[in-house]
Write a new protein. Sequence first.
Length: 819
Amino acid sequence: MDLIRHLQENVAPAIFTPPAVYDGRKNMFAPQLLPFENGATSQEFDVNLADPAQVAARDPSSKGPKGYKVRLTKVAEINPVVLERFIQGQQSHDNTVLTAITALNVVVRMEPTLKYPFNVRSFFTDRETKDIGSGLELWRGYFQSVRPGIGKMLVNVDISTGTMYKPGPLIGLCLDFLGRGMNNPNILAPKKGLPDRERIRLQRFISGVRVLTKHAGETGPSNRTPRVIKKLSTAGASDLTFTMREGGTLTVAEYFRSAQNNRPLKFPDVLCVEVGSGALIPMELCTVPSGQIMRKQVPPEKTKDVLEFATKRPEDRLASIRNGLAVLAYGQSEYVRQFGMFVDESGPLKIQARVLKAPVLKYGSTSKQPTITPMNGAWNMVDKRFYKPASIDRWVVVVYERQQRFNQQSADEMTAGLMASCRDVGIVIKDPNPLISWQNGQGRISEQLMAAGVECKQKKGAPPNLIVVILPDGGNDIYTAVKHFGDVTMGVATQCMKSAKCFRAKPQYYANVCLKINVKLGGINTIPDPQSVTVLTDPRNPTIVMGADVIHPAPGSDGRPSFTALVANVDSDTAKYIATSRVQTSRQEMIDDLQSMSKYVLEMYMKYRTKMERKPGTGAPTRIIFYRDGVSEGQFQQVLDKELPALKAACAELKIKPTITVVIVGKRHHVRFFPQNQREADRSGNCPAGTVVDREVAHPTEFDFYLQSHGGLLGTSRPAHYNVLCDENNFTPDGLQSLSFALCHVYARSTRSVSIPAPVYYADIVCTRAKNHYDPQGGVDFSDSATQLDDNQATTNLEAFKRGFRPLHPNMTTVMYFS
């Protein structure tokens, strides 16, 4: 941005009057034809970011800003008429429309991106900040995006949150990150006890941070160009030596003493930072400028702080958005005016919405209340038994909490509470006296669980079909090992509970645990009443509903692959689901193995319907509804070009020809709906569950809608955005909206409707749990360390991950192990 601004203001102001806008990459948009020399369509400019005052004040030992060559080439002209035709539904969404929308986005973003720190479509101000420790602070920001609506162009504005490096001395940032207090910088000295593992952890945190350097004794702002930290030294400045050009060796500390008029470093034993040029600079001479965005994954222990800062009740969020309009100041933007644009800042758009009727849910026929219609997206298990209760034949309890904290009485109270809840919901307990053992979590978890199973077999004649595990705080590694043992190695259902949750737990807690246990053992909790959702459960049109997702490694974790998942129902009531997952190239969004994955779930569907439901014929579906999560608008065509043919190829292999509907489900957007009348809001102040919007803010030419399917709890609810890419089933909008809403009610782990259809939600969980397919003792590294790999290394690494990925145990392929 600085380069282009310098070009326009200092190098060629005559050409750039009025000014052009720049997207930060390769695209520049001008409100009129740029008058290049001799009427040319291309021109090259020499740009040096230094101005005369900086050159005069610069330290002779510093290289200062370097010069750049910038070439601009005219590639197209944008006709605004295409947008007018597009929003009136008279033109398709082609490249001319896409380019015009891109230009409008760059125009409205130009002013704030020159003033504030920005990240893609959001920018952040220091008007509202929060220090969350570990060298980080949160800034309130604003998201904006120009989007087409029906009959008008819209600016989508929302609040956002930026995670920033804390400004100030670099030493202070590092001490804060390590949580060591600010009074003793020598903590950062290897010779004074800094462990190497802490140095490596710190290096991961500060790599990529820009710092300003200033020699001791200098006052006022630094005139030097910011340097980017590449890595940390392995020793302090007093122990690092280098050879001078004229011969002889110096330590880094001695060099800077000489450069600072014989003024020694205050902390010569503290680490140095290596910057992009390879130079080593003592930490005490580095300052972190304000407003620097951390573009890595937020540390897990800080996620709660981020969520608390980002969460606002609907009325508070709307007030913040209104305040943001003053910061955006479209009416005062020189760029908006020069492009002849006008943005109505009078307030949010008022739109018409509908509230869909919730589906009737069926429970077991022996229930006192066998059917229930959810209210505001919620219901409870009072007087209800599961539609198909499972059976606990034999079970064991393995406690990984210290016995002094979770003693025999605690274990007895837990088992009694769990069994009482199981009986209330209809789960049959054939073994009222489970074997209970305590383990310390040291050694191989699999051997400890195996020992518990062997003891059960010896004393009760058969191994358990359920293992309940009590976890201590911070027992994530134990959890992973337990799931690998149950889901992959032995094929036995496992249910983990945190010890803190079990102390004086109320029946509601154990009732929620029962929701998970029942489906893991092959039961079905509830089904949508076929009479209330005929479009979904029509026996003349047996339907398989699939949910697909891909999860990618965290930023900086280049050594890890992406994981894919496909989930589908096998029953006619769309309540019982199975899953399959794969490993693929890192950060590739399209699913490579979708054909084989689709064939697998289709075969399982047909097998279940013929053998378990005893349906005549092959049990093949006549309809497929394929919900795809995680795909951006720019990738829609790829889904049609690659994933839809893969799905059809799987059907062809099985010699079936179902009609297919492909729906993209998106949650990564900033569209929010606020009830105009609080009497129509739910208790959280949000629009009620079932709110659907398919006008005004919907796409002018495509089949899409927004559905807020869940009731609000904390903050402002986010609707899911449904884009229908292919619809061979010719669903009406009402029909597809109703069945999507119904599927949000069959999520087995909750008695609340969820924000996206259950199979999509399950696919996300299966992706997240993919690491459980690896042997915890196998040496596979799932840390978030930054690893830079070349193409050959990446290929080798991917093959290693594929080899280590173990399939589900056959016992788990027919149950909802992921619940």
